[in-house]
Design a protein around this ligand. Structure first.
Ligand code: ZNH
Length: 145
């Protein structure tokens, strides 16, 4: 479970995040660094290179959607597994997303967040953020079992 200090570190990180811009950046990075993930977004059109991915309006919209869900999850931080259970089931049963990809998204999001915070991303803040990310990934993976 998260301590009060950890929660305040997580909130301090999240205050710096721009849901639309950083969601777009994180999803773009996911699709560029792990091109295999493009297979889930065949309806998004052209994802053939970095310029196409970052300029794709559907990638932009979806990045915002994903980080909006993370925002809501942060507002339900003590009950994250329950809060994300329907979304997890949807990814498992309808979207058939390999849950390994939640970890990959959490990794690229950590890179985006670290870039924004700079020296404010201290080892303590990183540890709290990783704990939250692990809980997020676990909650999204829960519906697979
Ligand atoms: Zn996901 C969808 C969230 C990850 C893939 N997603 C989605 C949505 C949301 C989300 C909110 C919407 C739903 C409805 O509509 O109902 N995701 C999310 C989150 C995360 C994620 C929070 C993490 C953190 N996803 C993910 C990944 C992938 C995905 C990793 C892959 C790779 N999703 C997806 C898809 C979809 C979704 C494919 C569908 C889209 C469309 O539009 O179609």
């Amino acid at each position: 479970h998260l301590s009060a200090d950890e929660k305040s570190a997580i909130n301090a990180v999240w205050q710096k995040v721009d849901i639309e811009k950083d969601g777009h950046e994180a999803l773009t990075r996911l699709l560029v660094v792990y091109p295999w993930t493009q297979r889930y977004f065949s309806s998004f059109g052209n994802l053939s290179n970095v310029t196409a991915i970052s300029g794709n309006a559907k990638v932009h919209g979806h990045g915002k959607k994903v980080l909006s869900a993370v925002d809501e999850a942060i507002h339900h931080i003590d009950d994250i597994k329950h809060f994300l259970s329907a979304l997890s089931k949807k990814h498992a049963q309808e979207l058939h997303v390999d849950p390994e990809n939640f970890k990959r998204l959490a990794d690229v999001l950590a890179i985006v967040v670290a870039g924004k915070l700079g020296t404010a991303f201290t080892p303590q803040v990183q540890a709290a953020w990783e704990k939250f990310s692990a809980g997020l990934v676990a909650a999204l993976s829960h519906g697979y079992f």
